[in-house]
Ligand binder design. Structure first.
Ligand code: PPS
Ligand code: MG
Ligand code: MG
Ligand code: MG
Length: 429
């Protein structure tokens, strides 16, 4: 193993870390002295060389996006009037914030810098149209300042920031460039810049989800969960009934969450978790990464299941019937965003189910990263008839049958599929 320091002029913290040579060469750019600056590829472990580079870049991009979101969420939670123009709603009345656009621009920039714009196709949730309206100028200026503030920190994440601040038109172009439609052939990055925006604006759970699809298969996934709590029970923290039942005094905001970044590469056989990079700390992300695994619980009476918070997004009534049939006794964990996938991958829940109303089309960015992480952590994710989710048909999960079921193991999974079969006709989904 070789160790090396990186030019302190670029990286303020000499990084003496045993880095296998092949894991380096993450992302380089010619500097003024025409020297290549290598950012160490600390984000992933020994690998077969395939996907290491993509995974390392993706983890760093999500780490830097987590910091950006934390700053915006704190500002959003300031008393009204102090938080300026940080959010609005889209035509479908769903919320969108400065963080959604700023993360999409930042990740778009990082991927294009590291892999070349011409080689980078991105499917992402947001588009630039709402930003371009004249009345949105304050919003656009907030996005521009968030992105530039975030990218000045790039070297701390082993990335190279832009030589000059990005301008409005560059930010709009970076967001608009994420307009790939996906499909059965080729490579597409899939980004949900803020999943669970509703949870985000409410100061609760949300996730940054980045995945890579190659020829219709999800080959890697990264899930940033900045508000993931220190205690799994607190996943429910902001739910009224939990507070009533738990009689816990609400911990000070920011004192209860730990945050984490989960990642996995298809076929890698393991899923990993890093802590959030805290810019005020100096620690080696590589050393602090650890393997995560799904729970070994298979007895429904001991199992925890999680589902979306909004009953408009998933039928709480139908899942209540299912879990009763299967014998799950615990109250559901209702959690915003793909943090539900993270809870199953970390072994904090055994089941995640989502049964959207008929006609709703699930998007690939709401699931791709979570699916590969749960699978590599030892779990299983299918539709409610037991078929794998199909990521080869563009931006939607076409052909999805009824709902999504993610489980820590085959036994629980089979019992839920059987329960769906037995009760589907009587449901009005
Ligand atoms: N009606 C309906 N049915 C099903 N799903 C919907 C629906 N509306 C929205 N969405 C998508 O769900 C994403 C949020 O999923 P969650 O699991 O966080 O739902 S919930 O907020 O916990 O209820 C949310 O993702 P974000 O927009 O990224 O927050 C939406 O893409
Ligand atoms: Mg949205
Ligand atoms: Mg989403
Ligand atoms: Mg989103």
């Amino acid at each position: 193993m070789l160790s090396f320091t990186i030019n302190p002029a670029i990286f303020p913290i000499p990084i003496q870390a045993p880095i296998p040579v092949r894991l380096r060469h993450l992302c380089a750019s010619a500097t003024a002295e025409n020297r290549l600056v290598w950012a160490e590829q600390s984000a992933c472990r020994e690998g077969d060389g395939k996907m290491d580079r993509e995974l390392a870049v993706a983890v760093k991009a999500v780490q830097i996006a987590c910091t950006l979101c934390q700053k915006v969420q704190e500002a959003l939670l300031l008393p009204a009037g102090q938080n300026g123009s940080l959010k609005t709603s889209k035509d479908d009345r769903s919320p969108v914030t400065v963080a959604d656009w700023a993360v999409q621009a930042t990740v778009s920039w990082v991927l294009s810098q590291c892999f070349g714009e011409e080689h980078t196709s991105i499917i992402a949730e947001e588009d630039e149209s709402a930003l371009c309206a004249s009345e949105s100028t304050p919003l656009l200026d907030s996005v521009v300042s968030s992105v530039n503030r975030c990218l000045t920190e790039a070297p701390r994440y082993g990335l190279i920031g832009p030589e000059n601040e990005l301008q409005r038109h560059e930010i709009v172009e970076l967001i608009g460039r994420c307009n790939s439609q996906g499909g059965p052939k080729g490579r597409f990055w899939v980004l949900d810049p803020v999943d669970g925006t509703l949870g985000f604006v409410r100061g609760d759970q949300y996730a940054i989800a980045l995945a890579l699809i190659e020829d219709g298969e999800v080959v890697l996934g990264v899930l940033g969960c900045p508000n993931y709590p220190m205690k799994k029970e607190w996943l429910n923290y902001h739910q009224r009934y939990y507070r009533l039942m738990s009689k816990l005094s609400p911990p000070a905001f920011g004192a209860w969450h730990k945050g984490c970044v989960l990642y996995a590469r298809k076929g890698g056989g393991q899923a990993w978790m890093q802590p959030l990079l805290d810019p005020s700390q100096v620690f080696d992300l590589e050393k602090s990464a650890r393997v995560i695994q799904v729970s070994s619980v298979s007895d429904p009476a001991s199992a925890t299941f999680c589902e979306p918070v909004e009953k408009a997004n998933s039928s709480h009534l139908f899942t209540a019937g299912l879990v009763d049939t299967v014998g799950v006794r615990k109250q559901p964990l209702r959690v915003y965003s793909m943090v539900k996938y993270a809870a199953v991958a970390r072994g904090h829940a055994e089941i995640f189910m989502k049964f959207a109303r008929a006609g709703y089309k699930e998007k690939v960015w709401d699931h791709a990263a979570g699916v590969v992480i749960i699978e590599e952590a030892g779990g299983v994710v299918t539709d409610a008839r037991g078929s794998p989710l199909d990521f080869s048909k563009g931006i939607y999960l076409e052909g999805l049958d009824r709902g999504i079921i993610a489980c820590s193991g085959a036994l629980l999974h089979r019992r839920i599929i059987e329960a769906v079969d037995a009760s589907w006709d009587s449901s009005n989904l």
